[in-house]
Design a protein. Structure first.
Length: 80
């Protein structure tokens, strides 16, 4: 399974990414081994995720979410 996810950082910002191991990726973000963006904004918490069969689907959805406004992302998170 592949996932597109959004984490909320300690400063309230949102970060979107994709992974094939969601728990491991969140741990990596919180250990400072994830994305450069989240390294200085720890801890992060999982706010939203979607599952996909293929890496390509997850990456496509990541791209779509990254092009949304913050308001659109918050609205999507709230519907979860």
């Amino acid at each position: 399974m592949n996932y597109t996810y959004i984490v909320q950082c300690s400063d309230g910002s949102l970060y979107t990414g994709w992974t094939n191991d969601l728990e491991k990726r969140i741990r990596a973000h919180n250990d400072g081994k994830g994305a450069k963006y989240t390294k200085s904004r720890r801890p992060v918490s999982l706010a939203y995720y979607e599952g996909f069969r293929t890496k390509e689907e997850a990456m496509r959805r990541e791209w779509e979410i990254k092009h949304m406004s913050r308001e659109e992302k918050v609205k999507m998170i709230e519907t979860l």
